[in-house]
Design a binder for this molecule. Structure first.
Ligand code: F6P
Length: 365
């Protein structure tokens, strides 16, 4: 163990996702087994800038393994590298990294486990320049972080989206309708692609494959012609027509990632009905994908990540992110994860498998 390591901090940053509590629990239990104290920073980077932080012991993490959300709270607005707030109708910006480093020193925290997505990991790199020692744990339902085969939270979101597709199937079949399901994922189509495969969708639209409504409508019409009176379409919130733009739901100026996508489902639902005469309904799954209890897979992955994060700190291996490679837990430099976003490969095995089943990506007939 590095001689100076006595107390570690833990923080959950960005949007929440199922499995955060499992990581926190694993971090606390593993730290205690090494004789380390743990400080939990409240509400993500907001807490790192303004406090509070408080001790976390195994008593505090008892029973949280199956719980969704994060007992520490989180925030996706407070970026210490470019803290942004509104004053007299104008946006103000300030670098708060010195304040974060000073807080950690005051709290007696020697190194931090940052549990977050690409935004949080970018902050951890900025803080490293101010002497903050840390490791990262990759979290996001979007599964869009490079250098790890999977982020925790994705499996739960996938299960929720697949369950929604199963439910939509039965009602679509009864009413001879086309059902459109809009799922999350930001600029990555993993939730749409994998839930579409698992839930037997007829059309899957992902950001990585621009679509053409003529092809989407042709698929729905072809099913009617075959005597299949219903169709299931799953669309990622980031999917866009060829030559067109993603649908932006809102812009949050004070957020590190201001764009919130959403709305493409309703747009294409209307177009499908207009172009095919098949009655169409749209479901936007939204934050249900992020809430609730993590799947067993996510609980285990999150636990393995939390244990290894502490092991890295103990070994003095700072600036690294825990990662899953095949079946093994390992670690990579955080820069590697950030420079390499994970996207659906339009020519990859998963897309080819779907095409073999006759699933349309809306790019050809
Ligand atoms: O990154 C996770 C995610 O759930 C995305 O899939 C989605 O686009 C976004 O966060 C939603 O953010 P918010 O919780 O701020 O609405």
């Amino acid at each position: 163990m590095t001689a100076s390591l006595r107390r570690i901090g833990v923080l959950t940053g960005g949007g929440d996702c199922p499995g955060l509590n499992a990581v926190i629990r694993a971090v606390v239990k593993t730290a205690e087994s090494y004789g380390l104290e743990v400080t939990g920073v409240q509400d993500g980077f907001h807490g790192l800038i303004f406090g509070p932080a408080h001790p976390l012991t195994s008593q505090d993490v008892t029973g949280i393994l199956p719980r969704g959300g994060t007992i520490l709270g989180t925030s996706n607005r407070d970026n210490p590298l470019d803290y942004t707030w509104e004053e007299n109708g104008e946006l103000r910006h300030k670098d708060m990294t010195d304040q974060c480093a000073a807080n950690l020193k005051n709290w007696g925290v020697d190194a931090v486990v940052f549990i977050g997505g690409d935004g949080s990991l970018t902050v951890s790199q900025g803080l490293a320049k101010k002497g903050v020692l840390s490791v990262g744990v990759p979290k996001t339902i979007d599964n869009d972080l490079g250098a790890t085969d999977q982020t925790f939270g994705f499996d739960t979101a996938l299960a929720v989206a697949t369950d929604a597709l199963d439910r939509l199937h039965t009602t679509a079949e009864s009413h001879h309708r086309c059902m459109v399901l809009e799922v999350m994922g930001r600029n990555a189509g993993w939730i749409a692609l994998e839930s579409g495969l698992a839930g037997g969708a007829d059309v899957i639209l992902v950001p990585e494959i621009p679509f053409d409504m003529e092809h989407v409508a042709a698929k729905v019409r072809a099913r009617v012609a075959e005597g299949k009176k219903f169709s299931i379409v799953v669309v990622a919130e980031g999917a866009a027509p060829r030559g067109g733009k993603q649908v932006v739901q809102r812009v949050i100026a004070t957020s590190a990632e201001p764009i919130r996508l959403g709305g493409v489902g309703n747009q294409i639902g209307q177009q499908i009905e207009d172009m095919t005469d098949v009655e169409t309904r749209v479901t936007v799954l939204g934050h249900i994908q992020r809430g609730g209890s993590p799947t067993p897979y996510d609980r285990i992955l999150a636990t393995r990540y939390g244990v290894h994060a502490v092991e890295l700190l103990v070994a003095g291996q700072f600036g690294r992110m825990v990662a899953l490679k095949g079946t093994e837990i390992t670690s990579v430099p955080i820069s590697e994860a950030l420079n390499n976003p994970r996207r659906v490969d339009p020519d990859g095995d998963m897309v080819r498998t779907a095409r073999s089943l006759g699933i349309s990506f809306g790019d050809r007939t």
